[in-house]
Write a protein that binds this ligand. Structure first.
Ligand code: FE2
Ligand code: FE2
Length: 161
């Protein structure tokens, strides 16, 4: 990022990069868990649930791209190692049920992961509004959070099946 682009960020840039990297890790883990969840899903409504999880995974993949782009703009680097990815994540696991036919359990676990993501992004937005300011990151996070809110709703709707 250029001089002026950096100057307008009224926030501790290193701290911001760390927080963005933790969210970046969350997004990768979501891609992984949702994909495995879709692969394992078995039973009458498995196709429907798996299709939805794959759709979500695709959007989480876009989120990690958006976060990586901002991390790089700020002069940071996205996390390089899988171990560090797991270690730095805020939402470390999605409890995929033992029984692959437990679709409700699967959907509930994904809804929980979405709630965790919403909390993380909400916290970042609040800090970006009060502690410091960075309109570009704010916009990126707000956009992503809007999609997470939609994801939670979609999972809750699936629970009603
Ligand atoms: Fe996401
Ligand atoms: Fe999501």
């Amino acid at each position: 990022m250029g001089k002026k682009g950096r100057e307008i960020v009224e926030y501790d840039i290193q701290k911001l990069i760390e927080r963005l990297n933790s969210a970046y890790a969350d997004e990768w883990l979501a891609v992984y868990y949702y994909t495995v969840g879709a692969q394992l899903a078995t039973g009458m409504k498995a196709g429907l649930v798996a299709g939805k999880l794959r759709e979500l995974a695709k959007e989480e993949l876009e989120h990690q791209e958006e976060l990586a782009e901002r991390i790089l703009q700020l002069g940071g680097e996205p996390i390089r190692s899988i171990d560090e990815l797991v270690e730095k994540a805020n939402c470390r696991r999605v409890d995929i049920p033992e029984d692959p036919r437990d679709l409700k359990g699967l959907v509930e676990a994904v809804a929980e992961a979405e709630r965790c993501a919403i909390d993380v992004y909400n916290g970042m937005l609040k800090d970006l509004m009060s502690v410091g300011k960075d309109p570009i990151t704010f916009h990126t996070i707000r956009h992503i959070m809007g999609e997470e809110v939609h994801h939670e709703e979609e999972m809750e709707n699936l629970l009603g099946l």
